[in-house]
Design a protein around this ligand. Structure first.
Ligand code: GAR
Length: 191
């Protein structure tokens, strides 16, 4: 079985990246993580990936003339590693259209809401404020419009009485860690 070669982009904690790396340790999992790139040098996830002997890079926007040049460097690094699929995992910077178009159909993201509801930031508080009965997370293909690409799969949790944005984020994150490997498996099976 040829494994899908994953490039992961993070900005911080990297718990979804970690869930993907752990799933890839199963011998029958159809993907492997070949590179992790962060836009933040102090992202905790970079240390974890490095300790797992995964190729890592901090690519700093400030070192480039503009965002296109910065993103071209990310493409260059992923292509040098023959990445088949980019997984955005808490990468908190909007990508330029040229980068998204280059990777369209080959780049996915995890978002902490039941898309198409609550695109953008502060998803959990907005769901609570609207009196929603449930919240969740979605893995979707990345297209130029923010959080608008085809949804691959979703997981739901109940919003309980007295729920706070923090308690909801904790509950949803547990589901994110199962959902992201599941989405990758679905894609790998069709690849
Ligand atoms: C996750 O909850 C992810 O869904 C969210 O950021 C968190 C990253 O956590 N992503 C977005 O909000 C993207 N718009 P992690 O670094 O521990 O995976």
């Amino acid at each position: 079985m040829k494994k899908l070669r994953l490039g992961i982009m993070i900005s911080g904690r990297g718990s979804n990246m970690r869930a993907i790396v752990e799933a890839c340790r199963q011998p029958d999992f159809p993907a492997e993580v070949v590179m992790v790139i962060s836009n933040k040098g102090d992202a905790a996830g970079l240390v974890y990936a490095h300790n797992c002997s995964i190729e890592t890079a901090h690519v700093n926007l400030k070192s480039f003339e503009d965002k296109d040049a910065y993103e071209a460097e990310i493409t260059r690094r992923f292509e040098a590693m023959n990445v088949d699929l980019i997984c955005l995992a808490g990468y908190m910077r909007i990508l330029n259209d040229s980068f998204v178009q280059h990777w369209q159909g080959r780049m996915i993201n995890i978002h902490p809401s039941l898309l198409p509801k609550y695109k953008g930031l502060n998803t959990h508080q907005r769901a609570i404020d609207d009196g929603e009965a449930e919240a969740g997370c979605s893995v979707h293909y990345v297209v130029p419009d923010l959080d608008s690409g085809e949804v691959i799969c979703q997981a739901k949790v109940a919003i309980d009485a007295g729920e706070t944005a923090e308690s909801l984020a904790t509950k949803v994150l547990v589901e994110e860690h199962k959902l992201y490997p599941h989405a990758i498996k679905l894609i790998a099976e069709k690849f």
